[in-house]
Design a protein around this ligand. Structure first.
Ligand code: GLN
Length: 249
């Protein structure tokens, strides 16, 4: 049985990222792999899981969630063992080394990613994002939606999930998006990201299953239409988006 745990949906549930867990469970079951979804609110001890999903959230709840997870210690221990992580936006920042708390002071994260988040100056990063994944990952372009003030700098021990084609991602200066470390993926993409990028969902499932199961082919024609539409929408827009690589497209 593959267990997918939604971590602290009461604190990190503002952006619909709980949908990522629904996608993981559905895509496993469609291939005949038994899977269960477990909601783990912040007042209960975090249960053991195969895949943990951390979602986005506002600054206060994000800080509270990080403090609980650090005190418990079990999420980091499970990830060091064999657990798989998808951490989105506030969740991504929590999984790094530090991020800004409500008062602007630095709050300690879980240290899954060698990454430090600080409060950005100027406008929040809000809008559609297109990302070219790192060559090491066997997945196509990633599409999603971002809404954050935090700016994340990766340290030398963590590589980016990909390069920003359109949007902001980790920071305007770096053109990098998200992070990969072992079997943990961090990203700024909401959407939910796995509904818009099923190949990323399957990659997480494969990491979690190891030799316990094989994922057969699946008909993704419907979601491919959505992806085509989202990717094409960038070509129609002439202004208003920061672009790292194809800014004149
Ligand atoms: N509060 C964080 C920020 O603004 C995360 C926001 C989010 O999860 N969308 O950077």
């Amino acid at each position: 049985m593959l267990r997918v745990v939604v971590v602290h949906p009461d604190l990190l549930g503002t952006y619909g990222d709980g949908g990522n867990a629904l996608v993981l469970v559905a895509r496993a079951r469609w291939r005949g792999v038994e899977a269960e979804l477990v909601q783990a609110p912040s007042h209960v001890k975090l249960p053991e899981g195969d895949i943990y999903c951390l979602g986005g959230g506002e600054d206060g709840p994000q800080e509270r969630s990080a403090r609980i997870l650090r005190e418990e210690g079990s999420l980091k221990a499970s990830l060091d063992d064999r657990g798989v992580l998808l951490a989105v936006c506030a969740g991504f920042q929590i999984a790094g080394n530090e991020f800004p708390g409500v008062g602007g002071e630095s709050v300690g994260g879980l240290g899954v990613f060698d990454a430090v988040t600080t409060r950005g100056v100027g406008k929040r990063a809000v809008g559609e994002v297109l990302v070219e994944p790192s060559d090491e990952l066997p997945i196509p372009l990633l599409t999603g939606f971002e809404n954050h003030r935090g700016v994340t700098q990766l340290g030398s021990n963590t590589r980016a999930l990909g390069t920003v084609v359109r949007g902001t991602g980790n920071s305007r200066e770096s053109c990098s998006e998200g992070a990969v470390s072992g079997r943990a993926i961090g990203t700024y993409l909401h959407g939910p990201v796995l509904a818009r990028n099923p190949a990323l969902a399957d990659l997480l499932l494969e990491w979690a299953l190891g030799d316990r199961g094989v994922l057969g082919p699946i008909d993704d024609s419907e979601v491919e239409k959505l992806r085509d539409e989202r990717i094409a929408s960038f070509r129609r827009r002439k202004t208003g988006l920061f672009g790292c690589r194809f800014s004149n497209a």
